[in-house]
Design a protein around this ligand. Structure first.
Ligand code: AMP
Length: 312
């Protein structure tokens, strides 16, 4: 397989047949673009020549796994061209150590993207995303950014929205794909889309799990092999919780799940909450909202493991 790592001029798509040819071609020859202007000019020229072309966008922070691959696959099935980004966004990290320790296996990532049909990888450095003229914005997220994960990580979701705001302007995608794995993020991003004039349609893709149930995550590489197997208790707890709500009060089912997780050696619950799936407000009864999600973060072997399940 080959990829082009330079911001060179790329072929002009002047009709749909040519586009399909290059789309096929690109499966063995993904284009890697590092400069924001080059990417936006390139996509503009594609749109000019093919007004009906659809562009799907998958933003990531790299250290890619099958969960990310499922987003890319969803994008390739829904859009003519799939653009993925890899950018470890400093403005969404609280602790410098977490940012510094974030894994960056770029060659492996490139291979995974090519294997899954990504057409263009956007691989910017900090200055391309945040030129000196860019002023960090404060979005009105209806307090969605202050709840749950946002309460433990102040500024995190504003950081996520700033980077996506930039990316959406550069790529101008028709669709943007996010994982249900980061449930709160998917709700925050839908709110960001409401605030933008020409936002993409936000598509949320189901959680990809290890065979025993642990939600795949870039941070799982920090778990020991045994820890990775054991950490399946989180999924077990929330699926049991869902089952329990059929004949148990919601608060009792939540309590039971918490006790089950706390009984696992080395596990510490950061939070485990039943929330209104739209407002993210905590709920005590199933009747309190049309749709309810259970969201949790458990610290295990020093790694924060996120998971969630939709109850109804
Ligand atoms: P990240 O690189 O961690 O920022 O994740 C990039 C995107 O991949 C986000 O939309 C995540 O929600 C999504 N994602 C991460 N893990 C999974 C997973 N296990 N299943 C589905 N999507 C995922």
């Amino acid at each position: 397989m080959f990829y082009n790592c330079k911001d060179t001029a790329v072929p002009n798509y002047n009709n749909h047949a040519v586009l399909l040819f290059f789309k096929y071609f690109y499966r063995i020859y993904m284009h890697i673009i590092k400069t924001a202007n080059v990417l936006s000019d390139y996509l503009t020229s594609i749109r000019r020549d093919n007004p009906k072309v659809t562009i799907g966008f998958v933003p990531t922070m790299g250290a890619l796994h099958e969960g990310h691959a499922s987003l890319v696959t969803e994008s390739t099935s829904k859009s003519d061209i799939t653009v993925c980004s890899i950018f470890v966004n400093p403005t969404q990290f609280g602790e410098a150590a977490d940012l510094d320790n974030y894994p960056k296996p770029i060659e492996k990532d490139i291979e995974l993207l090519m294997d899954n049909g990504c057409d263009i990888l956007f691989l910017p450095d900090y200055n391309q995303v945040y030129p000196t003229s860019y002023v960090q914005q404060k979005f009105n997220l209806n307090d969605l950014d202050l709840k749950i994960e946002g309460a433990s990580r102040p500024g995190h979701f504003q950081g996520v929205c700033n980077v996506l705001f930039r990316f959406f302007h550069i790529v101008k995608p028709d669709f943007a794909f996010f994982g249900q794995k980061d449930y709160q993020q998917s709700i925050v991003v839908k709110r960001l889309a409401e605030l933008m004039d020409s936002a993409p349609e936000i598509v949320v893709v189901p959680i990809k799990r290890e065979p025993h149930g642990l939600a795949m995550s870039s941070r799982n590489v920090r778990l020991s092999e045994k820890g990775k197997m054991n950490a399946a208790f989180i999924y077990k707890a929330i699926t049991q919780l869902k089952e329990d709500t059929e004949d148990m009060a919601l608060t009792d089912a939540v309590q039971k799940a918490k006790q089950f997780i706390s009984a696992q050696k080395g596990a510490r619950i950061d939070y485990l909450l039943a929330v209104d799936a739209s407002t993210l407000n905590e709920v005590s009864h199933l009747e309190e909202a049309d749709s309810i999600a259970v969201v949790t973060v458990v610290e295990y072997e020093g790694v924060r493991l996120l998971d969630n399940i939709i109850l109804k």
